[in-house]
Design a binder for this molecule. Structure first.
Ligand code: PEP
Ligand code: MG
Length: 735
């Protein structure tokens, strides 16, 4: 590596040295070129004519397989492997033993390094590890940009400098405009091997200590204000102290690597192992580990850990492959306007934190890092899951106007907050808040909401590494009630399964998860879980009001069984001398159409009902809510859905049961207008929707709308949305 000469000469020499030192008949190095093609750049043992001619696509042949999965392959007889792709120009007929490892840098595959033996032979673990370590050295040579111009891989040709738009998926709503800051805290590792392992171990020790105290500082700073962040950070801190991880780094140091190289080696292994995991929780942990690895490398390099100094633009959008929660918090949130992730999952820690900070996020934005240059102007449209790169002036203006309008509305809302939520013709409406994290609760007072209409208890379960015990749940629910300061809170029991998975819950591989083992079905089949949750809720509400709601109830008998569990816990509470809740209300989510035909039996048994329109739409129309092909296929403002709502309004009204709706529908002004027109008087929505919905209803003449709707219930339209939109427009109702 340190030798003189052109990069190609050095690569030739390195290949030769590897073949010699590993007693291999062949050593070949493939380098990644634009278009995901691996080109043979150097070889000893294969035909020299094949150099710069043999090319494999990622995924093609064994070499392509190593690149596609970023993991080593060792085979006693490569030629009998189904993925073996024979290339006559290389002359590799006589070789059987085959070992290839990815050349990784910054988590990206930059090439493949392979050795071959004529004889059939098994490769032991040490040989695989040795070749992996060597591949790290070669990675530096590749990344230096002499072999392949680095611009080739960043696709910086004229084409991509034109404005472009990338599709991703929305992970948090909102619009952010700013200059691109690329989050690539890549540190070049200059020295791979060390003579004095003890000295390296000591360096590692110091760096780990430094990292721990820096994380603790962050924890203290974050934990005092925002409870849930602290929990995420605790999990994170746990990873940073993981003994297995540190031991593997120490082992790598003892094998002769510098501390930096050892840290990188272990992370390359983790990447190869965890990126294959189908469990989203494990994949998320990989990102936490990436984050921690980078921190540790920075401590080893003695560089300040603040990933970014004072050079940040005033308004910036952060672009990253993925981020750990702590890394996001490193950036100045006053200037951070948006986040774009190449990977990312809606329930990953970083998106939960971003949501709490109200930063628009677009995730799963393939190839964004290759298309964005630092300080490019970017628009993150979190509402539609798209990113505009170097947008034209008119696009930029349109979005700027929309951001300004939003800000103006927020400012105006300060005045609207204290005005009553009453329609123009004098009907009071209760607007409740949907919440799921402690950090959502300040919105309760900022919006002037009447209470929490839906507290999704699964969200705190989802951000944890293990199942929370009663004491932990009790603490969370007590805090929620404390924060609510006497306003009502509807706690929904655990609604997992379907698309909502818990990291510590087995993956079931159901064919139709939305129709499968979820929500109350799990609660009834695993009564201990339900009992513990209800126990925690009852204890948290000692002396206060408690509202419990069961999700996905499909038949009255299920409610009866759940109620029995609640009664058992109430009795237990009394036996143990705990203070009972001052009052207890029980309700169900109306999400499964079968329940519509049991209303006469159901209503006398409950105090309230909340329509889960997200699920109701999917079950009513047999239309998967998570399937992009079904997106917008059926409409909530269809005659069928409105009829369902009308039936519920009439039946609940007659039975004296409080009816509300807590699906996303209530957060959209036009849909919310229809809900009120049908007769709902309570709706529960997400905080950012408050102003628009309240503003709408204060302009609404309910009697007039109700008469207008009467003519629509029996129409044959796909949707009455256009007619309702006209109604609103003609009367100046802001929707
Ligand atoms: C719903 O189904 O409308 C609902 C509020 O529940 P979730 O979105 O949590 O399934
Ligand atoms: Mg639901």
């Amino acid at each position: 590596m340190a030798g003189s000469g052109a990069a190609q000469d050095r690569l030739d020499k390195i290949t030769k040295t590897i073949a010699h030192e590993m007693a291999a008949d062949v050593c070949s190095c493939y380098v990644m070129r634009a278009g995901e093609v691996l080109e043979l750049f150097a070889t000893i043992g294969l035909n020299q004519d094949a150099v710069h001619k043999t090319r494999m696509r990622v995924g093609e042949g064994l070499i392509g397989d190593v690149a596609a999965h970023a993991r080593p392959i060792a085979l006693a007889n490569a030629q009998s492997h189904p993925n073996f792709a024979y290339r006559p120009e290389t002359g590799e007929d006589p070789f059987h033993g085959f070992l290839a490892v990815p050349i990784l840098r910054g988590g990206r595959v930059r090439g493949v390094l392979a050795i071959q033996h004529a004889a059939r032979r098994d490769y032991d673990e040490q040989e695989v590890e040795t070749l992996q370590t060597i591949a790290m050295v070669v990675a530096e040579l590749v990344a230096a940009g002499e072999l392949v111009d680095s611009r080739e891989l960043s696709v910086a040709n004229d084409l991509v400098l034109l404005p472009s738009r990338l599709e991703g998926s929305s992970m948090n709503r909102g619009i952010g405009i700013g200059l691109a800051v690329l989050h690539r805290p890549q540190l070049t590792i200059r020295q791979m091997v060390a003579d004095d392992p003890e000295a390296e171990l000591a360096r590692l020790r110091d760096a780990v200590d430094g990292m721990h105290s820096a994380i603790d500082q962050l924890l203290i700073a974050v934990g005092q204000v925002e409870g849930e962040h602290a929990e995420i950070m605790q999990t994170y801190r746990m990873f940073a102290s993981d003994r297995g991880w540190l031991n593997r780094i120490r082992e790598a140091i003892r094998s002769g690597l510098t501390a930096e190289a050892a840290v990188q080696r272990v992370q390359n292994d983790n990447r190869a192992r965890l990126s294959q995991a189908s469990d989203p929780y494990l994949r998320d942990r990989l990102h936490d580990l990436d984050d921690i690895t980078n921190r540790l490398l920075q401590h080893l390099a003695g560089k300040p850990v603040t990933a970014v100094g004072g050079t940040l633009p005033d308004e910036f959008v952060l672009v990253a492959r993925n981020l750990g929660p702590a890394e996001l918090l490193d950036y100045d949130r006053r200037r951070l306007r948006g986040l774009v992730l190449e990977e990312g999952a809606a329930y990953s820690h970083v998106s939960i934190v971003a949501r709490a900070l109200d930063i628009p996020v677009v995730g799963q934005c393939a190839d964004v890092l290759n298309r964005v240059e630092p300080l490019d102007s970017l628009i993150v449209d979190g509402d539609h899951g798209q990113v505009f790169i170097r947008p034209s002036e008119d696009i930029q203006e349109a979005f700027t106007r929309s951001v300004q309008a939003r800000q103006r509305r927020i400012a105006e809302y300060a005045t609207l907050r204290d005005l009553p939520a009453v329609t123009r013709d004098g009907t009071p409406i209760k607007i409740m808040l949907n919440a799921g994290l402690l950090i959502d609760l300040p919105h309760l007072h900022a919006t002037g909401a009447d209470g929490v209409g839906l507290y999704r208890t699964e969200i705190p379960f989802m951000v944890r590494a293990s199942y929370p015990d009663v004491a932990t749940q009790l603490e969370t629910y007590s805090k929620v009630l404390d924060e609510a300061k006497g306003k009502p809170v509807v706690f929904r029991t655990l609604d997992v399964g379907g698309d909502k998975t818990l990291p510590y819950f087995p993956e079931l591989g159901e064919e139709n998860p939305a129709l499968g083992w979820r929500a109350i079905r799990i609660g009834l089949d695993r009564p201990a879980m339900l009992r513990k949750q209800l126990r925690a809720m009852l204890m948290a509400a000692g002396g206060r009001e408690l509202r419990v709601m069961f999700p996905m109830v499909a038949e009255v008998a299920e409610l009866d069984r759940a109620r029995k569990v609640l009664d058992l816990e109430l009795a237990r509470l009394a036996r143990q001398g705990h203070k009972a809740p001052a009052s207890l209300q029980v309700g169900v989510m109306m999400e499964v159409p079968s329940l519509l035909f049991q209303l006469d039996a159901l209503l006398p048994r409950i105090d309230f009902m909340s329509v889960g329109s997200n699920d109701m739409l999917q079950y009513l129309f047999a239309s998967d809510r998570g399937n992009p092909m079904m997106n917008n296929r059926y409409d909530l403002l269809s005659p069928a859905m409105l009829r369902v709502l009308k039936l519920l309004v009439e039946k609940c009204g007659a039975a004296g049961v409080n009816l509300s709706l807590c699906g996303e529908m209530a957060s959209r002004p036009l849909d919310a207008m229809a809900l009120l027109g049908v007769g709902l008087r309570t709706i529960s929505l997400s905080a950012p929707a408050f102003f628009d919905v309240k503003n709408m209803l204060r302009h609404l003449d309910l009697r007039e709308l109700s008469g207008f709707l009467d003519r629509l219930y029996d129409c044959a339209d796909h949707s009455v949305r256009p007619r309702l939109r006209d109604f609103a427009r003609d009367r100046g109702i802001p929707v």
